[in-house]
Design a protein around this ligand. Structure first.
Ligand code: ADP
Ligand code: ADP
Length: 226
């Protein structure tokens, strides 16, 4: 069963002489439980594709189906509700809130999204912080953590609301090789144990080598899918 499917997606920016075809007729079906690496040179359209997958950006033409629901005609409010409930995000530069400790970085988004009560949010935050190996660090601020530890907090935050799909943009791009490998181990373990679907844009050859599926785009065209 596809979690998400893209059908003949085109995305153009600008018009006239400055028109850019960022994505050209991309079709892609991503099934539940997949661990997919999205590769391609800088400027090939990876961020544009991730933004369309997550409903942050609309395609110029083509359709996006999330759990068989057509996203094309939904309002910003409806899209944002779907993101908050069903998607998790992991970023290259972690995007933690610097004034909040580890616990609150994971706990507050759960409460703010409003789908669960405070006690359940607390229990879930602690569970996921523990599962990324940071149980002893709940009261630290992001600045008091290493890059790898900050990314672990971001992973706990991305998973705490049990999303169907996690979209990660260069999650090891700002980490040294060994730390990146450990983060990759953690993502693969989560994929195997919880069954979370991952779409990960990356330049990392380690990540490409260990992903279950590698999709490559060049100049907005899907050139490889295996
Ligand atoms: P990648 O993430 O692979 O580096 P992007 O999706 O960021 O690639 O960009 C794909 C193409 O679209 C590039 O040529 C880029 O310059 C262009 N592009 C991306 N965003 C915009 C935008 N907001 N306005 C105009 N052109 C854009
Ligand atoms: P309340 O009084 O609203 O029930 P708490 O006193 O449990 O809230 O928590 C208040 C703040 O204390 C939290 O926002 C967080 O900053 C911190 N906190 C609570 N539990 C933990 C924990 N297990 N680890 C780290 N910080 C915590």
């Amino acid at each position: 069963l596809p979690v998400i499917s893209l059908n003949n997606i085109c995305k153009c920016y600008g018009a006239g002489d400055s028109k850019v075809d960022a994505l050209n007729n991309i079709s892609l079906e991503i099934d539940k439980g997949e661990f997919l690496a999205l590769c391609g040179p800088s400027g090939s359209g990876k961020s544009t594709l991730l933004n369309i997958l997550s409903g942050i950006d609309k395609p110029t033409s083509g359709s996006v189906l999330f759990s068989n629901k057509l996203l094309n005609n939904l309002s910003e409010e409806q899209l944002s509700a779907i993101r908050g409930k069903h998607l998790g995000f992991i970023f290259q530069f972690f995007n933690l809130i610097p004034v909040l400790n580890v616990f609150d970085n994971v706990y507050f988004p759960l409460v703010l999204n409003g789908y669960i009560d405070k006690n359940e949010a607390k229990a879930r935050a602690l569970h996921f912080i523990d599962s990324v190996g940071l149980a002893a660090f709940t009261r630290r601020k992001p600045t008091e953590l290493s890059g790898g530890q900050q990314q672990r907090v971001a992973i706990a935050r991305a998973l705490a609301h049990n999303p169907q799909l996690v979209i990660a943009d260069e999650p090891t791009g700002n980490l040294d090789l060994g730390t990146g490998e450990a983060i990759l181990d953690l993502l693969l373990k989560i994929n195997q144990e919880i069954g979370t679907t991952f779409i990960i844009s990356t330049h990392s050859s380690q990540l490409k080598a260990r992903a279950q599926r590698v999709v490559e785009i060049k100049d907005g065209v899907l050139v490889h899918d295996a």
